[in-house]
Design a protein around this ligand. Structure first.
Ligand code: PTJ
Length: 262
């Protein structure tokens, strides 16, 4: 029996969540998503997406598995090699890892672009303000002066000097349609998705099967560690990574069902 018979149901701020609670990370994630919805950043559907993700995370053991860490290192190398890298931000990512996304963008010289499935001017503004409050500048996605070919929903709207022109794009918590369309455009795609069977993870050059809350800071840490590496070393990291092996390893871990204690 854990010291915590109950989960704090409603907290005013995340510092009220006991850091030694066995489900701390899950509680923190839930709290940030709830706050994101209240602030008009996260869409209500984002709660559903989070619930799905958290079930997979539970089965993964709520930790970065070794194959995900390798993927995060390969992602860092891709981003450092890129000419025009862009990190795509939706309502869940903005709520869960705003400061961490700004930090990763700084570490690899990438732009942040807001791209929403449920796009409204109000949400675009709320997310841009939220990212700026966490230190972002030059946020892209607001112009929307280009379109991803073959997509008939709001996620097709991108900036010409952002996602449209990017060579490497990080797409966390993606819907499969856009991941496939970006793949068809020839982009190098780094996908963060806790479901190794999702279409986005399947088309990614680098599928990261990890919680975005752990993945984004870990890619930044790898990027800082690799920042002095020469091009040949970075290419070596990229070439050594096999997306199929990473996906198989994550699926095997989930199917092993070695459940963490509730
Ligand atoms: O903010 P918007 O309007 O762009 O909408 C964003 C959502 C997430 C609602 C939209 O993209 C959506 O509906 O996504 P899906 O199709 O539900 O896919 C979300 C995927 O992300 C699922 O495969 C989840 O398993 C995964 N996921 C959820 N939470 C996390 C996650 N992956 C990593 N970290 C998480 N915290």
């Amino acid at each position: 029996m854990s010291d915590y018979d109950t989960v704090p149901a409603a907290v005013e701020g995340e510092d009220e969540i006991p850091a030694d609670h066995p489900r701390y990370q899950d509680l923190l994630t839930r709290h940030r998503i709830e706050e994101g919805v209240e602030k008009g950043i996260t869409h209500l559907q984002g709660m559903h997406a989070e619930g799905r993700g958290s079930a997979f995370d539970y089965l993964l053991g709520e930790e970065t598995i070794p194959s995900a860490d390798e993927a995060e290192r390969a992602a860092a190398a891709h981003l450092l090699l890129a000419d025009e890298p862009v990190l795509s931000i939706n309502g869940n990512v903005a709520a869960l890892v705003p400061g961490e996304s700004v930090d990763l963008a700084e570490a690899v010289g990438a732009d942040l672009e807001i791209n929403l499935f449920n796009r409204t001017p109000e949400r675009m503004t709320a997310i841009a303000d939220h990212l700026r409050a966490h230190g972002a500048s030059g946020i892209k996605g607001l112009e929307a002066d280009a379109r991803i070919p073959g997509l008939d929903h709001e996620r097709a709207k991108v900036d010409a000097d952002g996602i449209y022109g990017a060579d490497v794009v990080v797409v966390p918590l993606e819907d499969g349609d856009r991941a496939e369309a970006l793949d068809a455009m020839g982009k190098t795609e780094i996908v963060v998705d806790l479901n190794p069977l999702s279409r986005s993870a399947q088309v990614a050059d680098v599928p990261i099967v990890d919680n975005v809350i752990r993945a984004v800071p870990n890619v930044a840490a790898h990027a800082r560690e690799l920042s002095d590496a020469d091009e040949a070393t970075l290419r070596g990291v990229v070439d050594a990574f096999d997306p199929d092996v990473a996906l198989e390893s994550a699926e095997a871990r989930i199917r092993a069902g070695d459940l963490v204690e509730e």
